[in-house]
Write a protein that binds this ligand. Sequence first.
Ligand code: NAD
Ligand code: IPM
Ligand code: MN
Length: 368
Amino acid sequence: MNKDIILLPGDGVGTEIMESAKVVLNAIASEFDHTFTFHQHKIGGDAIDHYEVPLPDDTIAACQKADAILLGAVGGEKWDSLPAHLRPEKGLLGIRKTLGLFANLRPVKGFTSLLDASPLKEEVINGSDILIIRELTGGLYFGKPSERREDGEVVVDTLYYQRNEMERIIDKGFESARLRNNHLTSVDKANVLESSRMWREIVEEKSKDYPDVTVEHLLVDAAAMKLITQPDRFDTIVTENLFGDILSDEASVLTGSLGMLPSASIRSDGVGLYEPVHGSAPDIAGKGIANPLGMILSSALMLRHSFGMEQEAAEIEEAVNECLEQGYYTPDLQMDGGTQVGTKEMTEMVLENLTTKSVCNSIGNMYA
Ligand code: NAD
Ligand code: IPM
Ligand code: MN
């Protein structure tokens, strides 16, 4: 297959880990005889430095034509004092909104070899496997522009949702639960927010269309607590934009590090943007120690969700698992024993495991 892939490395560790995804995808392309053509564009602080805007028109145009998009991360202190509409984060929010990527899938599945890396007890996290589905183009992030009033003494942020925006993500939640263990947890704050009461009503209505899926409602504060005390009670979680943002960083603790989590931002036709859940990690940027696995696993999600390449995606995931089984870890993973490596070495280990797999497959084929 021929695919055009847009690369948006962005800022901080985004540029370091994007290289990892690219070489891994090149290895997959040569093993499976695909042609992946990469086109690199600017977003976030990188775009501000060159074009004075966080989301240049040519980046939007390129993304609109692409088969899929990979994004590193945006943001950093350098741009923090810019007005809100010119901040790097606006570039990311802008591309999500412009492309209509309303469904953000954040799988949180621990690797067995990383059980020790989590500060949580092994018996608590063992076997946890959660899919967080976060609404991505509505809510507080996209209400009326925020404003300061009355000489800056009053501030207004607006939480705005249309019914159909809730319906489509809740449908996605039910459909995803059906492909997993038929259990959907809907997270809201219906004891306080009108938007959450409407959300809960829709979940109740929709549950009649999915009688095979068991639904539970949790208030977000309790959900945050249960996520790290009883993670195995969760299967699929569906929630609005801000709650999903916060809960997914929290859930990353189950896997040992925020650097492990991939994500897929998709719309109904399968077009997608794939990015790790973490940010530009300014505290470690430029040191060559960022964990590239969240980014590499995001490229696997791209192969699976946008290109239908299940075997290729699974090979990347297996190669990542092998590296961890062999004891390689980046410093964000607090491991006893094993071999601590940097971004490049970890990427090389993934490549090595991919190659071994590819050689084994071809030997297998020769004797098949
Ligand atoms: P962050 O996710 O960048 O970092 C949080 C912590 O996790 C830091 O200690 C960091 O070193 C660590 N970390 C993150 N990714 C890592 C990786 N791959 N390997 C090892 N350690 C990793 O969040 P922050 O520090 O709150 O935000 C920094 C900047 O990133 C801000 O400007 C923020 O707006 C932006 N941000 C961007 C995105 C995105 O582009 N998707 C997401 C979150 C935050
Ligand atoms: C994320 C990030 C973004 C968000 C920021 C950088 C705008 O935290 O992708 O999780 O809040 O959506
Ligand atoms: Mn976030």
